[in-house]
Design a protein around this ligand. Structure first.
Ligand code: ADQ
Length: 544
């Protein structure tokens, strides 16, 4: 069941080049956050993917490279550190270019660091990735325990999850020394920290960032292998979450379900099995400058809308999401229906453009969600639509990142309504893309700016940072959600501009680089305890 899902956050298809070509987008080294030691990154998704490309009878190998998101942000850091990146090799030609140890130097032609690819069989991918990661851990952490039962007996999924985590740990051990810093990304590697700990020198530092929420202890109890997961994660020296709430829930789960662990709720420390794990929170940001620049570069926003059959005259609402049940898309559609019921004068005047990207297709809950969303859009459109106008324009087509920035820029109101979301980067991308006319004038931050309004679910990590200047919504309260949309659309321009200026200050200041700096600063303090605390750029552990 290999498909392209979850490659999406990188917008990778823009970054393809022939093997061996020069790097198109050199990064200024001075700008890269420094890593305090020899860096080994572990992630499910790889930074470079080799694919075959055929032209007539000729077949060549091309490389997809990262053009956005965390992978693109981390790549220059690993390059600068001359480090190692260990990831699933999911490209067709990946193992045609690796050496006997499954390693290849990247970027092609520059050989700045080693990419160690893990070759996974189809069964491994089905069970480790689609099975345990995405049909047990994902619904568990997003508070959908009922969906775990749908998978039926997932014993085999968990066995594969453990096996794959072991294979990644073995790979780490091949590269690690006492100076190493191992930085693990996300929920695909819940067991890996302890497995790595058993295999590498004691002096090495293991850190992990968990990008999705952590569930309540009551929900966590639905996972029969919870104890093993907690033990696995407590192999870390440092465990990071986006916001405090998830860190506190993690500590509560440890206290409740791991008898021998000693939890310090004030210092956010856990002592377990002769090791200490420190928790820290740092809300992930985006590369705001890149979004700002891309949005300003869009020359004809009206033409973009026309591509979707949307009149340039309308007031535009926008939604951009992976088609995932955690994103609250049906709830958003229900609120839109209520909005058009209550505001007949908005018909033909307000259009909502929903860009959804199919994700994890093949998993029943995702198939059902896609069917529900499509049928609800059809039903609402047939209820309110006219010969010339549809209230909701829905597309699953690929939209290049520059066009996405153009849509963000044009949107009068952006709606992000997750039922639960670790952070939510889309909300930040909208803010960074909300630019005014003309080039940047050098004033901080990113002036001139636009006056779009952000409707943001109170259940996102992003809400802790952006909630004060967004319009807060409860996605499950349809009436209130529709009323919030009315409020947003009725807001005076001066108020919209004031809010957007504050949002942009937040998004530009706490960007992706600031987040990585804060991670490395926290790691540095653990790796070398003599380092000072003075210039911590953002990560926090609780104050006592
Ligand atoms: P996701 O669940 O994928 O990420 P989100 O953070 O909103 O959610 O999006 C990640 C990226 O995907 C963004 O760069 C966005 O532009 C892109 N994207 C989403 N929908 C798209 C679409 N329809 N078309 C094109 N691009 C689209 C997980 C967690 C989040 C957390 C991130 C990072 O679930 O809570 O914010 O990791 O930690």
């Amino acid at each position: 069941m290999r498909n392209t899902e979850d490659r999406l956050p990188d917008g990778r298809s823009d970054g393809r080049r022939a093997d061996g070509g020069s790097h198109p987008d050199e990064t200024d080294d001075d700008d890269s956050p420094g890593c305090p030691g020899s860096l080994i990154v572990v992630s499910n998704r790889q930074p470079y993917r080799h694919e075959y490309e055929s032209e007539g009878d000729d077949r060549s190998i091309v490389v997809d490279e990262p053009t956005g998101g965390l992978t693109a942000g981390l790549d220059p850091v690993v390059q600068e550190a001359n480090g190692t990146w260990i990831a699933w090799g999911d490209g067709e030609a990946d193992f045609a270019v690796t050496d006997a140890n499954d390693c290849v130097s990247v970027p092609p032609g520059e050989d700045a660091y080693t990419l160690h690819r893990i070759d996974l069989s189809e069964e491994a991918v089905d069970c480790y990735y689609y099975g345990f990661s995405n049909q047990v851990l994902w619904p568990l952490c997003h508070e959908f325990p009922g969906l775990i039962k749908e998978r039926g007996d997932w014993t085999n999924d968990f066995d594969w999850y453990r096996t794959v985590n072991e294979r990644f740990a073995d790979a780490v051990a091949e590269h690690a020394s006492a100076e190493s810093i191992v930085w693990i990304q996300d929920y695909h590697f819940g067991l890996a920290p302890r497995l790595i700990r058993e295999r590498i020198p004691k002096a090495a530092t293991i850190a992990h960032f968990w990008h999705i929420p952590w569930p309540t202890p009551e929900t966590f109890a639905e996972c029969s292998v919870g104890e093993e997961l907690l033990e696995g994660l407590l192999g870390n020296d440092l465990l990071g979450f986006h916001v405090d709430r998830y860190a506190r829930l993690f500590l509560e789960c440890v206290e409740r379900y791991l008898d021998d662990a000693v939890v310090d709720h004030d210092e956010w420390l856990v002592d377990y099995d002769e090791g200490t794990t420190r928790l820290a929170t740092a809300a992930m940001g985006i590369d705001a400058d890149t979004y700002d620049e891309a949005a300003r570069a869009v020359e004809d926003v009206d033409a973009l809308l026309e591509e979707f059959g949307v009149s340039p005259e309308v007031t535009l609402g926008l939604g951009v999401d992976r088609l995932d049940y955690s994103k609250g898309i049906p709830e958003r559609l229900a609120a839109l229906e209520r909005f058009f019921e209550r505001n007949p004068d908005r018909r033909e005047e307000f259009t909502f453009l929903q860009k959804a990207t199919p994700s994890r297709t093949g998993i029943p809950a995702y198939e059902r969600l896609g069917e529900l969303v499509r049928s609800e859009v059809t039903r609402i459109n047939s209820r309110f639509g006219t010969d010339d106008w549809q209230p909701i324009v829905y597309t699953e087509e690929y939209v290049p990142q520059e066009n996405l920035c153009g849509l963000y820029r044009r949107a009068d109101v952006m709606v992000t309504s997750p039922l639960l979301d670790g952070m939510n980067l889309v909300a930040q991308e909208f803010v960074a893309s909300c630019v005014g006319e003309g080039p940047r004038d050098g004033a901080a931050p990113g002036e001139p700016h636009g006056d779009g309004i952000l409707l943001l679910s109170e259940r996102t990590g992003a809400h802790e940072r952006l909630g004060a200047d967004a319009v807060t919504i409860d996605p499950t309260d349809t009436d209130a959600f529709a009323a919030d949309l009315e409020t947003a659309l009725a807001m005076p321009a001066s108020e919209r501009r004031r809010r957007m200026r504050s949002l942009r200050t937040e998004v530009f200041e706490a960007d992706l680089k600031a987040w990585m700096d804060s991670q490395f600063e926290s790691i540095r303090r653990l790796h070398d305890p003599n380092e000072s605390d003075d210039d911590d750029p953002g990560a926090r552990t609780p104050q006592v």
